[in-house]
Design a protein around this ligand. Structure first.
Ligand code: SD4
Length: 332
């Protein structure tokens, strides 16, 4: 299994929705090369992504090595996972909300600080590409729901049923086990966030997700929220988040990481500080949820950090495409 499942109980204040938590999943063989070790002076181009997504980083690197820019690289890299029906996380095959609807959130941000985003998008596999069209072809940043879908179709995206047999079965099983009660259930978190620096030294990022499995209908997480799920500042660096989006939004996590890098912190230090803002809140329930960040600075140094074990980053640089096990906060 290449993805992790966070399983346990955690109630989301106000909506009585239980969202997942403790990590019982698994990661691929961790590299000894911990992300906390400072990166050596980087050679470009460079791609990093959340979790174990080597096909996606390979695609992004192929784009960069062919002379493509970082924006094309992150879009095409994320599209690999969106099209992967076996990954029940992103795009086609994503796990649905509790009513059985697959709803996607995605965003993209370029070297100029321009961005586009879609929230609660249905029936369109490549949400990241729709987000790019929002950025490039409209005066807006964000389109939601039916409007986002209509916009996508006007741009030639074909509507399709994103609920695969496997995801439908998982949802039906969830309904039986959880008795469709909104307090205790099992959730999977999944997202791909990707950051790239191209041969010109320019940075772009993207993030795409089906969000929390079995979420309330209408729920939107951090992933399409610029500054929370993703932030790029071409002068400084970039960050992308994964995990329980509500906690990322509350701390505007990705923007925070980039601002910390602006103040002189390394990507690793900045990710650690952003996690500490979450876990050190009064009454933080951090033992029952996961958040992870990956970041890159203008020098091509990278970092990653999470609350819990098993978060990882895939990094493709200098001809090596590898999974790097992330350091984490909660060690006991
Ligand atoms: C969300 N942050 O919708 C996303 C979920 C996620 O790995 O990252 N899963 O809250």
């Amino acid at each position: 299994m290449k993805r992790r499942h966070f399983i346990k109980n955690a109630s989301l204040t106000g909506v009585g929705l239980a969202v997942g938590s403790a990590l019982v999943g698994c990661a691929e063989t961790p590299s000894e090369d911990k992300a906390s070790i400072a990166a050596s002076p980087a050679s470009l181009p460079l791609v990093i992504a959340t979790w174990h997504v080597m096909d996606a980083t390979a695609k992004a690197m192929e784009v960069l090595q062919a002379g493509g820019n970082a924006l094309d690289a992150v879009e095409q890299g994320c599209m690999v996972e969106e099209a992967n029906e076996k990954g029940q996380s992103v795009g086609k095959g994503g796990l649905p909300d509790r009513d059985g609807n697959v709803t996607l959130d995605a965003c993209i941000m370029n070297k100029h600080g321009n961005c586009g985003s879609v929230v609660y998008l249905q029936n369109i596999t490549h949400a990241v590409s729709v987000a790019r069209k929002v950025m490039e072809d409209t005066p807006h940043v964000m389109l939601a729901g039916e409007g986002a879908k209509q916009f996508a179709m006007s741009k030639g995206f074909q509507p399709e049923d994103l609920l695969t047999e496997a995801s439908k079965e998982a949802w039906e099983k969830w309904k039986v086990e959880a008795k469709y009660k909104p307090i205790i259930n099992i959730e999977n978190h999944d997202t791909i966030g990707m950051l790239a620096i191209d041969n010109n030294g320019d940075i772009s990022g993207a993030c795409t997700t089906s969000g929390l499995a079995y979420k309330l209908g209408g729920r939107v997480g951090d992933s399409p929220i610029i500054g929370s799920g993703l932030f790029v500042d071409n002068e400084i660096g970039a960050c992308v988040a994964t995990g329980l989006g509500e906690e990322v939004v509350k701390t505007v996590g990705s923007f925070l990481v980039v601002e910390l890098m602006r103040q002189g912190k390394s990507p690793q230090e900045a990710c650690e500080e952003a996690i500490s803002r979450i876990v050190n809140k009064p009454n933080s329930d951090y033992k029952n949820f996961q958040v992870g960040y990956i970041a890159v600075n203008k020098k091509g140094e990278t970092g990653s950090y999470a609350i819990h074990q098993w978060f990882s980053m895939t990094k493709f640089q200098n001809g090596v495409n590898e999974q790097i096990q992330s350091d984490y906060y909660h060690k006991s």
